[in-house]
Design a protein around this ligand. Structure first.
Ligand SMILES: NC(=O)C1=CN([C@@H]2O[C@H](COP(=O)(O)OP(=O)(O)OC[C@H]3O[C@@H](n4cnc5c(N)ncnc54)[C@H](OP(=O)(O)O)[C@@H]3O)[C@@H](O)[C@H]2O)C=CC1
Ligand SMILES: O=C(CO)[C@H](O)[C@H](O)COP(=O)(O)O
Ligand SMILES: [Zn+2]
Length: 341
């Protein structure tokens, strides 16, 4: 069949390409219905990802956060119309120690490989997770971002010392919101503090124990462990404060992506015996865990609906451009494309 793929060819320029795809029993064909824009997509769309990466990875279809409905499964394992979340990472080998999202051989959609902006997505059958039938699909669209927090907390759990009294999360945006929320559910007895910059953003964090402006942190305020969800230029400032405001032997989980190397106060990392744990992307197991969490706690998707910031019906390339441009000027939440192209 002929599939249409909507590829970014240079900054702010998207073109349609046509690709002939053979249907095989290895693949499930999914029709995307709701696609959500990630900060990483915006770095490619605006060209701020850096000249070298743009040259190396383009042209490619953007978007690695998305859900859809099964359009065809040659084996009949999935019924037509089944609502699924799509896993953007495609591993090509297995390793007994290294997770699929850290294997250099893995192919990650919208980072050198075509993302979900296509008429149909051909997925290996272990690259989709069935969603509850009554799931809010605008929320489900950014499940991939939720899996980033799921994955990072799982790494934290394996690597940190066992004290779990207080957590600090730096970054009052999407990932900070999700990380605070999951911490509250995974460690119900712990105190979670959000460290942010903007009152109206912090107002959305109704479920945390404390909200603190980053320029008003009391000198003696300490947490057991900290998560960095700021990214960009904010990463360095956040990591600096995290180092100052954690107890000795804390674990600092780093999630924010920065285009430039950030300076870290290694003297204090050494003196306090801190563990820095970086996390990038996620794997199929994190998607299954996240969907299980949605099912066990239906309040989680309800809280997450606070993050649906902007929705755009997409029936043309012009609508895709509108969605990306509007996302750039949106001050809160995720932008979701209702994929009807
Ligand atoms: N590791 C991974 O696999 C993934 C990483 N990411 C990355 O995570 C980062 C956050 O993404 P997302 O939440 O969607 O982006 P947002 O822009 O929604 O959130 C970032 C928030 O952090 C705030 N901020 C900036 N500096 C600081 C600071 N020093 N202390 C506290 N808060 C600060 C920003 O405020 P303001 O806007 O006012 O500056 C903003 O509200 C990005 O870099 C993104 O690329 C995303 C997905 C996966
Ligand atoms: O958003 C992400 C995962 O959800 C990652 O930050 C993103 O995949 C990083 O990739 P790239 O190197 O292409 O920016
Ligand atoms: Zn992303």
């Amino acid at each position: 069949m002929i599939n249409q793929i909507y590829r970014l060819v240079s900054a702010r320029q998207i073109e349609v390409t046509y690709k002939d795809r053979a249907i095989s029993s290895d693949h499930v064909v999914v029709r995307p219905t709701h696609l959500s824009i990630c900060a990483a997509d915006q770095r490619y769309y605006t060209g701020t990802r850096g000249e070298e990466a743009m040259k190396k990875k383009l042209p490619m279809a953007l978007i690695h956060e998305g859900v859809g409905e099964v359009a065809y499964d040659p084996t009949g394992e999935y019924a037509v119309g089944t609502k699924v979340v799509m896993v953007p990472n495609t591993p090509t080998e297995e390793d007994p120690y290294v997770a699929e999202n850290y294997l250099r051989s893995s192919k990650f959609r919208s980072s050198g490989y075509d993302g979900f902006m296509q008429d149909y997505v051909f997925l290996n059958r272990d690259r989709l997770v069935v969603l509850p039938e009554d799931m809010n699909m605008e929320v489900a669209a950014f499940t991939e971002l939720v899996t980033i927090a799921t994955h990072s907390i799982a790494r934290f759990e394996r690597k940190a010392i066992k004290r779990r009294g207080t957590f600090g999360v730096w970054g009052d945006g999407n990932l900070g919101f999700i990380t605070c929320l999951l911490l509250k559910y995974m460690y119900p007895d712990c105190k979670v503090t959000i460290f942010g910059k903007t009152q109206y953003k912090l107002d959305h964090f109704s479920f945390v124990d404390e909200k603190i402006f980053i320029n008003e942190i009391p000198e003696d305020y300490m947490v057991d462990h900290a998560f960095e969800c700021a990214g960009g230029k904010g990463s360095q400032y956040a990591i600096d404060q995290m180092i100052d405001h954690v107890h000795p032997e804390a674990t600092l989980c780093l999630l924010g992506v920065s285009e430039y190397p950030v300076e870290i106060n290694t003297r204090m990392v050494l003196e306090k015996g801190l563990t820095l744990v970086g996390s990038s992307r996620s794997g199929a197991v994190d998607f299954q865990k996240t969907v299980d969490l949605y099912k066990a706690h239906p309040e989680i998707p309800e809280y997450l609906s606070t993050l649906v910031g902007y929705t755009q019906e997409v029936t043309s390339v012009k609508d895709i451009i509108t969605a990306f441009e509007s996302d750039l000027s949106s001050s809160w939440g995720k932008s979701v494309m209702l994929w009807k192209i």
